[in-house]
Design a protein. Structure first.
Length: 156
């Protein structure tokens, strides 16, 4: 029983310490932890606000970047369309030039054919006119100088 009595005295001696610890706990909670928690909550709210602002700025930047890319795509499409139109125009002009050159070449070939045909007909007419005279000259030359059998290689 003496142990119980000693334990009771011990608890009675510890009561003022427990009261002091509880008072110190409430004082620290009021004087230190309360303001620290309030500052931490404010800091957290500011951080979240800054994060929200950063997310909004990022979304705005992303939207501007997308609009920039769209404008760039449209500009490229316009440039390509212009280049394609210029290329098509150059091809059309080249085709017209080739067609004109081909027509000119055909005209020149046709004129050359007509000129050659006329020259051929003139040469034929000259040959037909000169044929009787040449035939007469050949016959006369043969009749004047009969061919020699030795010249032909005939043995008698």
């Amino acid at each position: 029983m003496e142990i119980l009595h000693q334990l009771g005295n011990l608890f009675l001696g510890a009561v003022p310490t427990i009261i002091l610890v509880l008072l110190f706990y409430f004082f620290m909670r009021w004087a230190f932890f309360g303001p620290v928690m309030k500052a931490m909550d404010e800091r957290h709210a500011r951080i979240e606000g800054a994060r929200a602002e950063a997310a909004a700025a990022e979304a705005g930047a992303r939207q501007e970047l997308d609009s920039y890319h769209d404008a760039l795509r449209k500009a490229r499409a316009e440039i390509y369309a212009g280049q394609e139109a210029a290329r098509q125009e150059a091809l059309d002009s080249r085709a017209k030039l080739l067609k004109a050159m081909r027509a000119r070449a055909l005209e020149e070939v046709s004129a050359a054919k007509k000129r050659i045909a006329a020259e051929f007909e003139a040469a034929r007419a000259d040959v037909e006119r000169a044929t009787p005279e040449l035939a007469g000259q050949i016959a006369e030359a043969i009749l004047r100088n009969p061919p020699d059998d030795t010249a032909r290689g005939v043995r008698g």
